[in-house]
Write a protein that binds this ligand. Structure first.
Ligand code: SAM
Length: 266
């Protein structure tokens, strides 16, 4: 590890030589950085893939920060129990409201109150690009990762927690779902992607799926790149891409296509 001089920009001093896990803070100190606060039984799952590539570099550069809250520390008794059997019987275990309440109070006291409080849950509102764009405008988010059969309903009601789902499937826990949400959001933060235009043109940004992409070689196993893309005619290329984008959306996602028609009065 190199001994790079520390950089201080009115925030926690960060040495670029630190690894993403070392950059995770006990107390968030990057006052202006977008904060991903995660309540989890498995803090070691973070930053996970978020520590790689563009999101990893952005974490090192202080464009966002990670604040994990280990649920086990708020557990009961010598064994730090966090769960109990479901009221009414049935299989599995449920995260206890007293434990979750202590963890949430602790977490919310150290994040900007405008950051939404979210519980990853298959019953929640479906996550999409629009939600990622909205989250990127906030100071951050508190994400609660469930385990077992999930969290006691009273906690969700008491704190008016927004439930968000990554799709119609059931994961073992909320950690992967949280990382997907964070990845989609963090790449929209200013300065995270080198070429900002790329987020404007990609799938969903304009309500349509993206056109196909090609690169060199011009001929691969007898398959040629569509001629128009090699023509240098920018207007024709833009027109071709738009047509492809519309045709793909119409064929694959009638729901998006209808919404697009409604918006454009078609
Ligand atoms: C095994 S699941 C609980 C499923 C719950 N008993 C149900 O049927 O709705 C455990 C945790 O994984 C997370 N999880 C599972 N599927 C998810 C999804 N599609 N989106 C977001 N989080 C999910 C939630 O945090 C959930 O509390």
């Amino acid at each position: 590890m190199t001994d790079t001089p520390a950089r201080a920009q009115g925030r926690k001093t960060i040495r670029p030589s630190l690894s993403p896990r070392e950059l995770m803070t006990d107390r968030p100190a990057l006052a202006r950085a977008w904060t991903a606060q995660i309540l989890t039984l498995f803090p070691e799952a973070f930053p996970g893939t978020l520590g790689l590539s563009l999101t990893g570099r952005a974490l090192q550069d202080g464009l966002w920060q990670l604040d994990t809250v280990a649920l086990r520390e708020f557990g009961d008794g010598r064994h730090r129990n966090v769960d109990d059997t479901p009221a009414g019987g049935g299989a599995g275990m449920v995260l206890r409201p007293d434990v979750m309440g202590r963890a949430i109070d602790h977490a919310r006291a150290r994040i900007d109150p405008r950051a939404p409080l979210i519980y990853l849950s298959p019953r929640g509102r479906r996550f999409d690009q629009q939600m990622a764009q909205h989250l990127a405008q906030t100071p951050g988010a508190t994400l609660i990762c469930g385990r077992f059969e999930g969290m006691d309903q009273r906690v969700i009601d008491h704190y008016r927690i927004l439930e968000v789902s990554l799709g119609d499937f059931v994961l073992t826990g909320g950690e992967l779902a949280a990382q997907m949400m964070l990845d989609a959001t963090i790449r929209l933060l200013p300065g995270v992607l080198g070429n900002a235009a790329s987020t404007e043109e990609e799938s969903f940004s304009n309500g349509l799926l993206e056109h196909p992409q090609y690169t060199k070689p011009a001929d691969w196993q007898g398959h040629a790149i569509p001629e128009v893309l090699l023509s240098g005619n920018h207007a024709a290329i833009a027109r071709w891409r738009r047509e492809q984008s519309e045709a793909l959306t119409r064929a694959r996602r009638p729901d998006l296509w209808q919404a697009h028609l409604d918006r454009s009065g078609g």
